[in-house]
Ligand binder design. Structure first.
Ligand SMILES: [Zn+2]
Ligand SMILES: [Zn+2]
Length: 177
């Protein structure tokens, strides 16, 4: 859905939308949307800017940072965003903005796509990393076995090598008898 600043100037829009998995492009491969992306929002024009405020909710499948198994993550976010028209800025203003490092969003032409706004908000709502459970044991760094479910033999072998000198000592002792 395209939000046109000229139409919003005439009347504000109350939005209630549901985006099926796959219909929003997140430009991201680390997760997958598994539930519809639900949004309740209002869009309006304020002094030539587009304001969008409301809330979104969905559920994503992410990857456990320790064991790499899939994890379902609830994502909810409230937002209140202002977008300035890109052409309204003078070069001088633009230069000053870069110096200030201020976070101001823009739209090009007549407006912007709601789906793009939502995709960005979902990305901002993501946790830095997820783990499948607090006591996830992760993967064995040597053989890659998932230590939650698989038995890894690396530890046993490491134990063997530590005991090796003792075993040799025992052999020597038996030979002497
Ligand atoms: Zn895990
Ligand atoms: Zn291992």
């Amino acid at each position: 859905m395209f939000l046109d600043v000229n139409e919003l100037a005439i009347h504000k829009l109350r939005l209630r939308r549901s985006y099926a998995p796959g219909s929003v492009d997140y430009h991201e491969v680390d997760f997958r949307q598994v539930d519809p992306l639900e949004v309740h929002a209002t869009a309006e024009a304020v002094e030539g800017q587009i304001r969008i405020f409301g809330e979104l909710h969905t559920r994503l499948e992410m990857v456990c940072a320790r064991c790499l198994e899939p994890v379902l993550e609830e994502v909810s976010r409230e937002f209140d965003l202002f977008y300035r028209p890109l052409k309204s800025m003078t070069d001088e203003e633009e230069a000053r903005l870069k110096l200030d490092d201020t976070e101001i969003a823009f739209f090009e032409g007549d407006g912007l796509f709601l789906a793009d706004v939502l995709a960005e908000q979902v990305l901002l709502a993501l946790p830095m990393k997820v783990i499948c459970r607090a006591d996830c044991r992760g993967l064995c760094p040597h053989c890659g076995a998932n230590l939650n479910t698989d038995e890894c033999r690396c530890e046993a072998h490491a134990g063997d090598s530590r005991l090796a000198p003792l075993a040799r000592l025992k052999q020597d002792w038996f030979k002497k008898q």
